[in-house]
Write a protein that binds this ligand. Structure first.
Ligand code: IYR
Length: 223
C-alpha cells in the first residue's frame, strides 16, 4: 500500500488534567492491587453478555501489525468442562509426581496447589486462549503473524484486568502440556493453546495465600 492510500483519522480523546491523571493513576493502582488469582469459585452463573464484554476488552489490546492473532474459546457446557478437567488432571498428575523439578514443587508450596483441578468444572466459564502463529490463506498458503506471544500475553492481561474491574475473579491456569485443549475444542492447525482461564464469582469461603508484592525499587529502575 502506498503512503497516499493510508487513512488516518483524528485521535479524539478529551484531555484529562494532570491532577486528575495523578488521582486516576492512584485509584487504578489501588483497584488492581486487590486483584488475586483465585482457585475456589462459586458456581453462580455469569451472563454470557458479561463474558462477551470481557472478551471484547481483551481483543482491544495492541498486537503486532494489528493482526489480533488470538481466538478465545469460551466453554460453559458441563460435559466439555468435565472433559477438560479430566485431561488437565491427567497431565498434572504426571507433573506433580515427577515432571516438575523439586525446586519447582518447593516454589509452589505457598500456593497449596496439587494435581486436582475442581475449579475447571465449578467455574461457570472457562476461557481458553489460543495463539495463532499464522492465518491461513484461501489458496492454502500461510500468512505469518508477528510478536504472537507478546500480543496474546497483552490480550490476556487486558482480559484479567477486565475480569477484576467487573467484580469477578479468574485463575491464569497452565496445565502442561496444553495440547489436549486443541484436540477437545477441535482447533485448526494454526491455533495453539496459550492459557486456560476459569472465571466467575469467588466461593464464599475462598482463601488466597498471604503474598506480598515487590516494592517499586525492586522492579523499576529510573534513568
Ligand atoms: N500447572 C500446575 C503447576 C503450577 C505452576 C505454576 I509456575 C503456578 O504458578 C501454579 C501451578 C498447576 O496448575 O497446578
Amino acid at each position: 500500500m502506498s503512503k497516499e492510500n493510508l487513512t488516518f483519522i483524528p485521535f479524539r480523546r478529551s484531555r484529562i488534567e494532570p491532577n486528575d491523571v495523578l488521582k486516576l493513576s492512584k485509584q487504578f493502582r489501588m483497584t488492581m492491587d486487590q486483584r488475586r488469582s483465585l482457585r475456589q469459585f462459586s458456581s453462580e452463573p455469569v451472563p454470557r453478555e458479561v463474558v462477551e464484554n470481557l472478551i471484547m476488552t481483551a481483543s482491544s489490546a495492541p498486537s503486532g501489525a494489528h493482526k489480533q492473532p488470538w481466538t478465545f474459546c469460551i466453554v460453559s457446557d458441563p460435559q466439555l468442562k468435565k472433559q477438560i478437567r479430566e485431561a488437565a488432571e491427567t497431565e498434572e498428575k504426571i507433573n506433580y509426581s515427577g515432571r516438575m523439578s523439586d525446586t519447582w514443587i518447593e516454589d509452589l508450596e505457598p500456593f497449596g496447589t496439587d494435581w486436582q483441578k475442581p475449579f475447571l468444572e465449578r467455574a461457570p466459564w472457562l476461557i481458553v486462549v489460543f495463539k495463532k502463529s499464522y492465518d491461513p490463506l484461501p489458496d492454502g498458503g500461510k500468512r505469518k503473524n508477528y510478536y504472537v506471544s507478546e500480543s496474546v500475553g497483552l490480550a490476556t492481561g487486558f482480559l484479567l484486568t477486565a475480569v477484576h474491574h467487573a467484580g469477578l475473579v479468574a485463575l491464569t491456569h497452565t496445565p502442561s502440556p496444553m495440547n489436549f485443549l486443541e484436540k477437545i475444542l477441535s482447533r485448526p492447525e494454526n491455533e495453539k493453546a496459550f492459557l486456560l482461564i476459569p472465571i466467575g464469582y469467588p466461593a464464599e469461603d475462598a482463601v488466597v495465600p498471604d503474598l506480598k508484592r515487590k516494592e517499586l525499587s525492586d522492579i523499576a529502575v529510573f534513568f
